[in-house]
Design a protein around this ligand. Structure first.
Ligand code: KIV
Ligand code: ZN
Length: 515
């Protein structure tokens, strides 16, 4: 029997550090439920000390998830560890992940600590974390640029202090597959008590090598990989979960280990993360891209039809592509709707909430014949993004677009119970709508990104729009969905504005804190 490879998902923590990808508590819970259905072993739910909102997000995930271990990140600081311990109190299975930087550049310029002081902090942090849980992970941040002798010393000390997982992060995505794999092998060989802990890796994708580095580490003895859905994460992202899992599963001739991931849930989970964060998946992305299993050339199609193994190394249905089936329609009743939502991990807290969602479903079913799981997920994301208590709401939108004429939009927006209307012209219907919204709200935000994707296929499909705005250095993503993409665009713009209006005093985990 081959050994188990632990899949540690950090979409809700490192993934959330992507610009604009921050998630609300309820969005985190929806994604965590999807990760649980995927049978992820460990879910890193966030960094509880970052803000009260982050604390609540981790706490809500800990209260909900039963089958996966729920993990909270903490710098090697007493307060961070106590916050993580508290947020995870109600978890069925909890883990605290504590870290401190170990590369010369980070120790000197960021921490301003001597190597001895760094070891002392790490040991103290692990011992404190053990007071909350016996499942403690330690990461020497920027291990990819740390000295191997120093790594051996600090890792031996934290195992002695009670760390059960040692995670080796390539924080800045600097490593190359072969040397990185050899580092993992040598650490395992050189650290006297290495057999008392599981070795893990956490690779960033700055050189496009996050998955390759992670797999090389697995070949050299790592038994946990930290990864994210769609490769989301700080800067160029983290290793993509779907790629790591499918590489290990497909190449069992090479890997001495296996995962227990339910691969048929991969595509649904990828779509949900994309829908909630507003980070579209590129069509040629491995495993979860729309073209990943599409065979365009005639020769390929002929080969696949005769014998699928000629050009296919994996089956689309094994990663969940065939699950894209019609689930509900115009005549579906309230019970069928409620049941399907429950299967998707969405439960309503009151009859009023269910009635409201069902009314929106009926409205959509009037415009669109077949309703897919993706439509149902978008229905919930869209409603959450335009709830009245969150600020602005689209009341009405009228656009005139005609060949040879300048497009015009008239928009009515509600803000704090007050309705305001403005008219503007623009280069197109979407541009005119955004200008009309700006004429009303005067946010002065910079539009950094505008993207439209169709949620399912067909001309009646809902368009899913992402708008990224920046103001005063703060970046937010707004999402909107509708069968009319101009309306979806206006909703997405207002959703982004609502996020900009929310106060934030969030702390980034990789900045130094007071000891
Ligand atoms: O990239 C990194 O080093 C991290 C640590 C907090 C593990 O995300
Ligand atoms: Zn990271």
């Amino acid at each position: 029997m081959s050994e188990k490879l632990i899949i540690f998902d950090t979409t809700l923590r490192d993934g959330e550090q992507s610009p604009g990808a921050s998630m609300t508590r309820d969005e985190k819970v929806r994604i965590a439920k999807a990760l649980e259905r995927l049978r992820v072993d460990v879910i890193e739910a966030g960094f509880p000390a970052a803000s009260p909102g982050d604390f609540e997000g981790v706490q809500a995930v800990a209260r909900t998830i039963r089958d996966s271990v729920v993990c909270g990140l903490a710098r090697a600081l007493d307060r961070d560890i106590d916050q993580a311990g508290l947020a995870l109190k109600e978890a069925a299975q909890s883990r605290i992940h504590t870290f401190i930087a170990t590369s010369p550049i980070h120790m000197q310029l960021k921490l301003r600590m001597s190597p001895e002081e760094v070891i002392a902090h790490a040991v103290k942090a692990v011992k404190r974390a053990r007071q909350y849980t016996d499942n403690v992970e330690f990461s020497p941040e920027d291990a990819g640029r740390s000295e191997e002798d120093f790594l051996c010393r600090i890792l031996e000390a934290v195992i002695e202090a009670g760390a059960t997982t040692l995670n080796i992060p390539d924080t800045v995505g600097y490593s190359l597959p072969e040397p990185f794999g050899h580092t993992i092998r040598r650490l395992r060989e050189r650290i006297p008590n290495a057999d008392k802990a599981i070795f893990s890796v956490h690779c960033h994708n700055d050189l496009g090598l996050a998955v390759a580095n992670s797999l090389s580490a697995v070949i050299n003895g790592a038994r946990q990989v930290e990864c994210t859905i769609n490769g989301l994460g700080e800067r160029a992202g983290n290793a993509a979960l779907e790629e790591v899992v499918m590489a290990v599963t497909t190449r069992q001739d090479v890997f001495p280990c296996h995962t227990t991931i339910d691969t048929r849930e991969i595509v649904a989970c990828s779509k949900l993360v994309s829908n909630i964060t507003g980070f579209p998946v590129q069509p040629n992305k491995a495993i979860v891209g729309a073209n990943a299993f599409a065979h365009e050339s005639g020769i390929h199609q002929d080969g696949v039809l005769k014998h699928r193994e000629t050009y296919e190394i994996m089956r689309a249905e094994d990663v969940g592509w065939s699950a894209n089936r019609m689930v509900l329609g115009k005549h579906s009743g309230r019970n069928a709707f409620k049941t399907r939502m429950h299967e998707l991990g969405i439960d309503f807290t009151s009859e009023a909430e269910l009635n409201d969602a069902f009314a929106r479903f009926k409205e959509l079913a009037d415009k669109k014949h077949d309703i897919f799981d993706e439509d149902l997920q978008a229905l919930i994301t869209d409603a959450a993004g335009s709830s009245e208590e969150e600020g602005t709401k689209l009341v009405a939108l009228k656009v005139c677009s005609e060949t040879g004429e300048v497009p015009m939009a008239r928009v009515t927006v509600r803000l704090d119970q007050e309705e305001m209307t403005a008219t503007a012209t623009g280069g197109g219907a979407v541009d005119a709508s955004f200008k009309a919204i700006e004429a009303v709200l005067k946010t002065d935000a910079q539009l950094l990104l505008y993207s439209v994707n169709s949620i399912t296929t067909g001309t009646d499909a809902q368009g899913e729009v992402t708008v990224r705005l920046e103001k005063g250095g703060r970046i937010v993503n707004g999402q909107g969905a509708d069968t009319d993409i101009v309306i979806a665009s206006a909703k997405a713009y207002l959703n982004a504005v609502n996020k900009l209006l929310l106060p934030t005093t969030r702390m980034h985990p990789q900045v130094t804190g007071k000891v």
